[in-house]
Write a protein that binds this ligand. Structure first.
Ligand code: CP
Length: 322
């Protein structure tokens, strides 16, 4: 593996999921793999799980992770080529990325979309400019449009919890459902989840959302899409809950219909489905307390798996590159 920006960088998805499970069993088995290698972690936006789990993963491989909160501690960067830099941006990403590529063996970057200009966000220019200029492998810690480390941890979590379904010979039914929120959130998690489940091919994916929340078909192609949450939840084995803002009316919050919140009552329609969410989650707005605190919630296990997902990816990069 060279870069890790999306599922398209993975040649063997089941193999990578198996690797996450191997590291979960034996976290320090490759402790010398990353010795004397540094991981530069750049944050343009807040994070808890991604930041902590990736640092732990790097240390488990013997790497030295260095975190740089570039939004608060660095020079403001210019990302457009050919501009006259007479504003408040002190350094061009061409220069900053190239310099950081001399300090770090691998770089990992978190950026969010502006949610104002779809074309610009979907070019994913922040992370792609680092790919272009850093000269070292780049790992996405969530870009403007995708969150692949989250998705890998999600698939690990599903795979760990569907052994009993495999025995029946059927594919598990995974329902990704939109849920209400008060803020405009990115489409990166649902885009990425749909893309990974579709590419994996081991689950039946149904996406449920109100009419105004169609996602980019580039990522959802292969999934069944419905505007009827109750219908979607019928016989579900896994329910993946997530809010996202509108893709068509880009970045808008079209509806905060509270009836889309996942409740215990709704789970009765499922096959005792396990409930997933990438976290952070707003309780009693997105998912009810009774679900999050109940026996069906996998959210903490899912967040725990972020370590093994990051470790499997860093390990694949180290093995291929160094
Ligand atoms: N799920 C996730 O990416 O969490 P953080 O924003 O806390 O990193």
């Amino acid at each position: 593996m060279n870069h890790f920006l999306s599922v398209e960088d993975v040649t063997d998805i089941p193999g990578l999921i198996d690797k996450t499970r191997v590291y979960k069993e034996n976290p320090l088995k490759d402790l010398s793999l990353g010795r004397h290698k540094t991981l530069g972690m750049l944050f343009f936006n807040p994070s808890m799980r991604t930041r902590l789990s990736t640092q732990i993963a790097a240390r488990n491989l013997g790497m030295e992770p260095i975190v740089f909160n570039i939004d608060k501690e660095g020079w403001q960067l210019e990302f457009e080529d050919g501009v006259i830099m007479n504003g408040n941006k002190a350094e061009h990403v061409k220069d900053a990325a190239a310099v950081m590529g001399k300090y770090f063996d691998v770089m990992a970057i978190r950026t969010f979309p502006g949610l104002k200009n779809r074309e610009e966000d979907y070019r994913d220019k922040y992370i792609n400019q680092f790919v272009k200029h850093a000269g070292v492998p780049i790992v996405s810690l969530e870009s403007a449009i995708l969150h692949p480390l989250q998705s890998l941890a999600d698939l690990q979590t599903i795979s760990e919890n569907f052994d009993f379904i495999k025995a029946t010979g059927r594919k598990p039914k995974v329902v990704m459902t939109w849920a209400p929120h008060i803020k405009a959130l990115p489409q990166s998690v649902p885009n990425s989840f749909a893309q990974w489940v579709n590419a994996w091919g081991k689950a039946e994916l149904v996406i449920a959302h109100p009419k105004e929340y169609e996602l980019d078909q580039k990522f959802t192609k292969g999934a069944a899409i419905t505007y009827d949450q109750d219908e979607a939840l019928k016989d579900a084995d896994f329910v993946y809950v997530k809010n996202w803002s509108s893709y068509q009316d880009y970045g808008e919050v079209k509806k905060t219909d509270t009836s889309w919140m996942l409740t215990e009552d709704k789970l009765h329609k499922t096959r005792q489905a396990k409930v997933m969410h990438c976290l952070p989650v707003r309780r009693n707005l997105v998912i009810a307390d009774e679900v999050l605190d109940g026996p069906h919630a996998l959210v903490k296990e899912e967040a725990g798996n972020r370590v093994w997902a990051a470790q499997a990816v860093l390990s694949a990069i180290l093995k291929d590159r160094y």
